[in-house]
Write a protein that binds this ligand. Sequence first.
Ligand SMILES: [Zn+2]
Ligand SMILES: [Zn+2]
Length: 397
Amino acid sequence: MNDLISYMKKTLGECECGAVHFPLTVEKIAIGEHAVENEMPAFIKASFKSVAIVCDETTGRIAGERLASLLQETAEVSLVKLEANAAGDVTADERTLVKALIDAPVDADALIAAGAGTIHDIVRFCAYQRSIPFISVPTAPSVDGFTSAGAPLILNGTKQTIQTSAPVALFADIELLRNAPQNMIAAGFGDMLGKITSLADWEISRSLADEPYCPTASAITRKALDQCLSRIDDIAAKSREGIEKLMESLIVSGLVMLMLDHSRPASGGEHHLSHYLEMKALENNRRQILHGAKVGCASIMLADVYRSLKDRDFGDEHVAKTVRSVYEKLPGGEEMAEWMRKVGGPVSFADLDVDEPLLMEAMARAHNLRDRYTGLAIMNQYGLLPDAGQHVKHERG
Ligand SMILES: [Zn+2]
Ligand SMILES: [Zn+2]
C-alpha cells in the first residue's frame, strides 16, 4: 500500500457493488520517516500563503513549535494553542471552538491540526466554518478518524457529530508517532481491534436489516485489520515498521468510511458501547477514557458475548442461522485480550474503572444511539442480554 490514494481509487473507486462510492477529496497522504520535514514545506508553498497551526500544550511542544519553525520560510505561520478544561482534557466544546476561531488569524488560508483526535475535530470544524481547507498532522496513531469529514463536538453538554470536510492532506511522521505515549498507540490498536466485531455486525445488518453493504469495503477494512494483527510484536516494540503499519491501517479504515460516507465497516456494537460510556462520562464530569481503549475492551467483551449467541433460541431459523454463521468466525475474547496485552493496552472495563451497573446499562441502551442493526440490537430485541458478572473477567496482563 505505498500510495494509499491510488490504492483506494483502484480498489473502492472501481467497485461495482452498486452502492455510491464517493471520490476521495484528499490530495496527498504522506506516511514515513520525516514525512513532515521532507514533504510538507513544498505542499504548503504550492498552495498557501498563510497558515495557522492548531495544537494544545503537549502537542505544541512535540510538534506544533517545530512545525512553525519548519514552515516559516514557506508561509506566514501562526501558532494557536488550545487550553485544557478543569478535568485536564482539551474538549471540542463551544468554549474551545470559539477560542480557536478567534485566535486563528482571519487571513489564514489553511489550518493545520497538530495533535490527536480531538484537535482534529476542532480544526475540521473551524476550517469548515471559515471555508478554508485543513491539513492533518497526527501526533499519535490513536484513532482511525483523522481523515473523517464528521466532527464529533460537545455542544450544550452532549455529543453531536457535525458534517464538515475531510483534510486536503495528511502528513504522518513516523518518528513523531513512535514517540507517542504507549497508551495512545494501544488505543489505535484498540480502534483497529474493534473492526473484528464491527465487520461482523455489518454482515448481520446486511442480512437481517437490509442495510447497505459493500464487499470491497469490507475486504479492505479486513486487510487493514489483518495487517495490524500480523504486526503486533512490531507495534508493541514501537518499531518504525510497526508504527507505520498501524498508522497506515488506521488511515485506510478512515478512507473507507470517507468513500462510503458512512461508518458501518468500522463501527458496530463496540463503538455504540464506547459512545454511550463517553456520553455518561460527560454527564458526570468524569475524565474521558481514550476512544480506542473503550472500543478495544468493548470488542474483546462482545466477541465472547456474540459467540455465545450461536446456541440461543431466536424462534426464527433465518435469524439463528445468520447469527451462528457470522459470529462463530469471531476469535475468542481471551485471544483478543492477549493481543491487546502485548501492545500494553487495557483488556476489560474493570481496567478502565467502568463498573458493572454502568456497563449493564450501556449494554441495554447503547444500541438506541444509532439506527443500525448489530449484535447488541439483536440481544436487546430477543431478550438475550447476558447477566451481570459475565463481562468484567479478563485480567490485566
Ligand atoms: Zn473508532
Ligand atoms: Zn462497493
